[in-house]
Design a protein around this ligand. Structure first.
Ligand SMILES: Nc1ncnc2c1ncn2[C@@H]1O[C@H](COP(=O)(O)OP(=O)(O)OP(=O)(O)O)[C@@H](O)[C@H]1O
Length: 551
């Protein structure tokens, strides 16, 4: 009876017969229905279906068919949906705005001036919306066709100014999730010789290989399952035995200034969400990396800095960038870490640094990352979830060993052994973000597993998680690869820059691992330890095949 039934049992039929229709329903289709007793209006925003229901008993807002008692939460969500443009091309935009105004009196000003506010959301969020529209448009023509073409034009002109697809975004989480749900219909066709890996309806993905994001906004949904850990004070770090470990450095700010020639551009290694990274030569001849927080970070909460210091201080693994010291004084927050001289994995995949990584190197790098993450999940003092596993956070040594860096978003796992997850704000990078975490705010080590799956596909194909300049059906790498996989076109998935031929069975095993990791539900993903073991087995097989060829 209720149109909620639209998204339901018959999804498979949609998948087989009219997939685009399925997409429309999941993404943007909005409907309105009225009966004698009830007025209902509903809209799907990301994975959340928000419905306004008015009947003789009064009115209520339902999210995913559940009545939410907490009106503050409901209103914040509604406001959030507006802010990120979910309703912006809905024919019932005005009705939704009225709902917002009358239901959420405290935000009546917001809904009154919604257009204005939406337009003043920072440029990053605008780009995020455009990205979403672009991707939506690539999947289907929806009720926003005209608007979308405008957006697309804008998007393309934005793109022109930036040759890479790496837009610096602060993207609201549900946008990314929306894209994850662009493709609800993945169903692997069983192939001979390919071990069953992904169950029907399992493979989703999220979007672009963008910069790290912090999706905090008003959408913080659940109270933390564990009490918030108070970031330790810097003085506690200073006493941390780990920071006094072999190789650590104790530098004053003046020494840092001297070593970086007053943070000279010629010593700059790169720039990220946290700040700028410099190369610095110490008086004892050692070269280190100096990560200097930018002003916004410095003036903002100390979380990211404290987080990174606290977690880095605890870890010691050859495939994880080592913290050597830090400064938190006056106007400066600086991390001093091991210097990793050979650029990022993404730069290598792009061929920016000359030599193209061969297959063996890629396999080794994947294994090293898997081991580093296993260490974080299982063997560090406490479970640590990295939350920002991506190719630009993998640094390479001169001998092409991988080192996982950037612990700004890392988080300790649940301290209570009974708990499987922690409930927390969504942070990470679009394209690598675990859709289940985005939906539920529940973070587990399996979120890193998801990101690793996307990264493994990137390593094999050379493609970023999302490549907007490609044809619509190729833009989402995991979707494109999965289709090719099902069609049996495995070699087409492989990076064309790779010169060697790779055995189909080997490639199939690797792709299986990647798809398993990228399963939409965490229970269907292997642990990082299992992933490491599988990759190790594959490497053994690869070694044997090489020996056969050379022998
Ligand atoms: N320890 C290091 N050794 C050598 N180069 C480094 C080191 N750490 C960072 N870099 C360089 O600095 C760049 C910026 O690093 P940073 O970790 O701050 O940001 P990011 O991961 O690229 O972006 P985001 O913070 O948005 O995730 C890296 O891409 C890399 O080129």
């Amino acid at each position: 009876m209720l149109p909620f039934l639209l998204v339901g049992a018959n999804l498979n039929f949609f998948c087989m017969a009219v997939p685009i229709l399925g997409l429309l329903i999941l993404l943007q289709f909005s409907w309105i229905s009225a009966s004698d007793s009830a007025f209902i209006i509903s809209k799907v925003c990301g994975t959340e279906e928000v419905a306004y229901l008015e009947n003789l008993d009064g009115h209520q807002i339902l999210i995913n068919k559940n009545r939410i008692e907490n009106s503050t939460l409901v209103c914040e969500k509604l406001k959030f949906y507006f802010e990120v443009g979910c309703f912006s091309c809905d024919p019932k935009f005005g009705v939704w705005r009225e709902v917002g105004k009358s239901y959420c009196a405290r935000y009546s000003d917001f809904f009154l001036h919604e257009e204005k506010i939406v337009n003043s959301v920072d440029v990053h969020a605008k780009k995020a919306r455009k990205l979403l529209r672009e991707l939506q448009e690539s999947a289907s023509n929806n009720d926003c066709t005209n608007k979308n073409s405008d957006s697309l034009a804008n998007m393309q002109s934005d793109d022109a100014s930036s040759e890479t697809d790496d837009l610096p975004l602060a993207v609201p989480g549900f946008l990314l999730l929306s894209v994850g749900f662009l493709f609800p219909c993945f169903r692997p066709r069983r192939k001979e010789n390919s071990p069953p890996s992904v169950r029907p309806n399992q493979l989703l993905n999220s979007v672009d290989s963008l910069s790290s994001i912090d999706v905090s906004s008003s959408s913080e949904k659940l109270p933390p399952a564990t009490p918030h850990r108070v970031p330790p004070s810097p003085s506690r770090f200073a006493m941390s035995p780990q920071l006094n470990r072999a190789g650590s450095v104790q530098l004053t700010i003046n020494q840092i200034i001297k070593a970086t020639h007053n943070f000279s551009d010629s010593f700059k290694l790169g720039e990220g969400g946290f700040g700028t990274v410099y190369r610095a030569a110490l008086p004892d001849g050692r070269v280190v990396a100096v990560k200097r927080a930018k002003k916004e970070i410095f003036q903002g909460p100390r979380d990211e800095f404290n987080n990174e210091v606290e977690l880095l201080a605890k870890i010691d693994h050859r495939s994880l960038v080592r913290l050597l010291g830090y400064i938190d004084k006056g106007n400066e927050r600086i991390l001093i870490t091991e210097y990793v001289p050979n650029g990022t994995l993404r730069e290598h995949l792009d061929g920016q640094l000359g030599k193209i990584l061969d297959f063996n190197q890629r396999l080794e790098i994947a294994i090293e990352i898997a081991h580093a993450l296993t260490y974080l999940h299982l063997y560090a003092e406490k479970t640590i979830i990295h939350r920002d596993v991506k190719s630009s956070n993998i640094l390479l040594t001169e001998s092409y060993r991988a080192k996982v860096s950037d612990f700004g978003f890392a988080k300790s796992g649940p301290s209570d052994t009974e708990k499987t997850h922690i409930s927390t704000k969504v942070k990470g990078t679009a394209g690598y973000l675990d859709p289940e975490y985005l939906r539920t705010y529940q973070l587990t080590p399996k979120s890193d597993v998801f990101s690793f799956g996307i990264l493994l596909l990137e390593i094999l194909s050379g493609r970023r998680p999302v490549e907007l300049k490609r044809n619509p059906d190729e833009r989402i790498t995991v979707r494109w690869a999965f289709k090719k996989f099902n069609e049996g076109n495995l070699p087409e998935i492989l990076d064309p820059l790779l010169e060697e031929r790779v055995d189909n069975e080997l490639l199939s095993r690797l792709l299986n691992v990647a798809f398993q990791c990228a399963a939409p539900t965490r229970d269907d993903r292997p642990t990082m330890k299992e992933v490491g073991e599988k990759l190790w087995e594959i490497r053994k097989q690869y070694g044997k095949s090489l020996r056969r060829i050379s022998g």
